[in-house]
Write a new protein. Sequence first.
Length: 598
Amino acid sequence: GMGSFYLNSEKGKTYKANISFKDGVVKSYDLPKSLPSGVAIQVANTEPTELAVKIVANETYFNANKDKRMFIVVTNNGVITYAAKTSLKSQLVLAKVPKKELPTGIAQITLFDNLGEPISERLSFIPQNNALAISVKTDLAAYKPRQKVKLSVAGKNGTTFADGNYSVSVTDEQKVPVDEDSERTILSSVLLTSELKGYIEKPNYYFNKPDEKKAADLDVLLLTQGFRRFNYKDVMATKFPPSTLLPEQGLRVTGTLRDRTGMPVKKGALRMTIAETKFGADAVTNPSGLFVFNNLNIPDSAEVIINAKYSAGGSSLMILLDGQPTAPLTKNIHGPDEITNIDSALAPYLANSKKQYNYLTILKEVKIEGAKVKRPSHSDHSAFIGLSNITGNTIEGDRFKGCNSVAICLQGMAVGLTYFENNFYVSRDYQQGKKVPVQIFLDATPIDYFSLLSVSAEDIESVEVFPRDELGTINRLYNTNGLVIINMKAKPKGTKISLQELKSMMPQANLLKFKPKGFSKQREFYSPKYVNAANTYNFNDLRSTIYWNSKLATTAATTEPLSLEYYNGDGNGTYRVVVEGIDKLGNVARSVYRYTVK
């Protein structure tokens, strides 16, 4: 596991770390080389009200920088939250940073020299100062199945209600058991994993019932996890990086208007309409021919029409839409969390799902009948009616893939045939002195060996080899012995259409119709209401998620806790209530509450 130790590195020596893994593998890693001169900071995060910072310099560095000014700067998310100055009066300088000045989350403590250059840094976690606290209560400690539950939720900053938003979920723990240390919660996501790079094992471990040991473990995590780097010149100048992605106010459609030569059309007028909502909007292209329709509210699957017929020369214009941006595929850093036997891990959930399906209406047997797709073969031609499938063998067309010459490839594929001087012979007869060639057919057309050179391997469906002609009719007709039939792939057959039908299939030059991914209709999580006696309902309530609501909010003017009502399912055992929230200042909080159903 994780840990830390002190190393007093000596000049001129190099060090390695030998790491032993669970599977017995031992690996060696080179530690950074010792420098003849240097300074570092050490941070102790054991006191509840302050961070203890030590500036430690070796003798060489101290002699060169004695009494020089140094600066300690603390940042959170790239924002300076604390700064102080000191002087290097000895090889060990002590400083204290009050935690009340720092927001909750990861703090980056950086040491600057007298020239303002960062020379050492350390990450430390500042625990929550109860900026936002969520309390959850129910009207009873225990309930019966399908009984109404009255739940109250209060989010407060101290003694007053917070101006915040909350989400509530209620689940049956017997059906969806949870490993609380491995959960991804609002605390672990906002305060930890979003701040660090790479994989973090069991991120909620540090926030689930925190104690001194977990605080020490979190401190070690921040010693081992990759550090972030900021451009401190911008930070000192309160200069923030430019925003490239602005908050979306609605859907956006962009594109280019071009003439028939492909040149962009400037000051072109376009009209967008959505018949389903009777919406209409106008846009004008810029000098590059680009147009934009902003802040659109388009229902999902609705047809959108953009036309340019009101522009000059509108009958010959083309409207080209830009593609929708997609997220790039990136490596999943949570690969170590993969569960090998997912069935065992989800056994309670799967068992409940099986019960749910047992109460579904089962349809009668549905028979699906179909005919096997007919492939081209010798039986398609009346001239080969006397050939037997038993005496022949088939070479599938896939075997000719990548074959540059069918004639050459066939020499090695045709089992039972011998090639000699531009002819194929039945091997058995050829060895006995009967040198009568085999007749080659392309579908039903007789060809010679040289015609094989012009046959495309990609067009071959199969090749059938018949060493014997049972009736002898083909052998007598062509004075040959045996057959090779090359079956070509069937050419696709289409349906003739009229010129008017063809025109209707082509897009209009100045008109564009499309169905973008729009907004879905607002939906509400379903929660049944049992207002009558339990015996009046003839179905089982096997829900795993009992209640969910993500649209709870309070303001500073709120005087009473939020009140919610829902009904339990049929499952007995422990029900788990999780409330997560964030206030207008960005403080996050989480509360887990349990009650019994029996």
